[in-house]
Design a protein around this ligand. Sequence first.
Ligand SMILES: Nc1ncnc2c1ncn2[C@@H]1O[C@H](COP(=O)(O)OP(=O)(O)O)[C@@H](O)[C@H]1O
Ligand SMILES: [Mg+2]
Length: 378
Amino acid sequence: MALTQLQISNVRNLQQVRLQGLKGVNVFFGCNGSGKTSVLESIHLLGMARSFRGSSVKSLINHESPSCTVFGTTVLDLPPPVADEGAAGVGVGTPVGVQRNRSGEAQIKIGGRAVRTVAELAEQLPLQVITAESFGLLTGAPGARRQYLDWGVFHVEHQFFGQWQRFQRSIKQRNNLLRRGKISDQELTAWTRDLAQTGTAISEYRKGYFQILAPCFKEIMARLAPSLGALELRYQQGWDRQLSYSEALAQGFTADTEQGYTHSGPQRADIRVMSGGHLAAETLSRGQQKLVVCGLKLAQGRLMAQLGRGKCTYLIDDLPSELDNAHSLLVCELLASMDAQVFVTCIDQREIRSVWPESEELAMFHVEQGVVRRHSEE
Ligand SMILES: Nc1ncnc2c1ncn2[C@@H]1O[C@H](COP(=O)(O)OP(=O)(O)O)[C@@H](O)[C@H]1O
Ligand SMILES: [Mg+2]
């Protein structure tokens, strides 16, 4: 999927922004505080109904406005660069819109139809984000790595989301029962059985995806950071590998009832990135860790395309300040080879021009005090 046009209303300092004729690579440059990251946040709002900054919805809405809105048109593939820009691509495709107000409500529309789940939105516009915060993927809590993994499973395995929802419900119910202490055996047995079933299913989906992700990541890292040597991904399912989930739940029953929650299961899964047999998060330098995170994100996009599940759109905030020139170049080369649509920000446009392959046509936009203008090629 790719975006051909975008209309932003009242996202932070972007009061009214209209962008047409979006290309494969779209660069937003301008000084600090001009609104560059807010453009990426707006696209994220369109694909996920929320920001990637982890801040509240309220902080995303312009101070003077009761709500913020983003409209976009998505197409399966961008039209090939033609002389008459804007002639193709615009007008066809699927209109997508997201509005959020101060009380937190979200209105989502796809093709004019009101949609209730963010899952449908995510299918319409699969996004990968690379920002200063996303570099915590390696060093942060396992939850972010599970989210990372589930993003991939979600986009590759259509049954996954339903199972994931069922799993969330089962574990919540089981934990509620355990916490209350006074347990009806019958009820607990029923929820435990359900949890074992759905937990096994989502774990199988994750495992299946992981098995194809790991070699893809290896390949990308060999290109991105050959000096790092042998990097390896390991998947931990969240309970003893020798046991079925049902057996693990049975074994943990006493501890679960004593402490009032479910100890083992897919909610404890994690991905370990190993470098030369050691945890990458504990051995690699910060710069090397950033490369690993880029590799993880690039691997998911490439895999999705390889499996015929469409292309994802990359949002990259301030690439030049995160990676040195040589590595920015490699990241951009990989992105160009994947033919993924990219939205990237930087302060000085020259920093980005120098890292994209020459063959790539860039759409440049200058951002200044919340106003975004197309910057014509000289
Ligand atoms: N809710 C809001 N309403 C209005 N302006 C905001 C809001 N939140 C942040 N801003 C302002 O928006 C500007 C754009 O921020 P940002 O997109 O992070 O800039 P950049 O990435 O270009 O450095 C900042 O000057 C910030 O003060
Ligand atoms: Mg910024």
